[in-house]
Design a protein around this ligand. Structure first.
Ligand SMILES: [Zn+2]
Length: 200
């Protein structure tokens, strides 16, 4: 029974990104060989996050269950421009650049035919609804400079083109194949400051 629970923990660690079976075993035995308070703190912190953190139904960012979203409820932010990103980490990266002070919409991924991710799997309908209901004048497409990021940007542009909206995309400066999450603040800041109108 005891060994089964160890195997279960190894398996649980190995489901995390970047953690192979070897690292999962190392983490498991590290926890077992140290003060139990270490692992208990970890499990309590995990439980605490699941119990207290939710996603904002509007932008998709993290929020506490009791309080409004820190981004959507911030009255100092511009309500005319909306920045579309694929994931929360991208939003955090852009925020740390201080180059954008508008609203956000997190898609929850990118369109990827190879991985079977279609527009229906993302928060794209919610985005279009938000744009239809909102007072936005500019939509900034801040998607990864990858094939899937480009596919997603083109898809969004094809549905928004022809409206009165100004559609922009973050400028070059971020090398192709690089994910926003791993790009330094200066490059992100420059790319946002140099954004241009979207064209095919
Ligand atoms: Zn929000």
């Amino acid at each position: 029974m005891q060994l089964e629970s160890i195997e279960r923990l190894i398996l649980a660690f190995s489901t995390l990104p970047g953690i192979g079976k070897k690292s999962a075993r190392r983490l498991t035995f590290f926890l077992l060989d140290h003060d139990p308070s270490l692992g208990k703190n970890l499990s309590e912190a995990l439980l605490g996050v699941y119990e207290s953190i939710d996603h904002c139904p509007q932008c998709g960012f993290y929020k506490t269950r009791e309080e409004p979203c820190s981004l959507c409820s911030d009255l100092h932010r511009d309500t005319a421009s909306l920045c579309v990103v694929s994931k929360i980490q991208d939003c955090i990266a852009i925020e740390s650049s201080n180059a954008f002070l508008g609203q956000y919409h997190i898609l929850g991924g990118t369109i990827s035919p190879l991985d079977g991710v279609s527009p229906k799997d993302l928060r794209i309908d919610a985005l279009f609804q938000r744009i239809a209901d909102g007072s936005f004048t500019e939509i900034v497409l801040a998607l990864d400079a990858t094939v899937d990021g480009e596919t997603t940007a083109q898809y969004l542009y094809s549905h928004l083109d022809g409206s009165d909206l100004r559609i922009t995309r973050i400028a070059a400066g971020i090398p192709f194949g690089t994910e926003l999450e791993y790009t330094d603040r200066i490059t992100i800041s420059r790319a946002l400051n140099m954004r241009r109108d979207f064209s095919r």
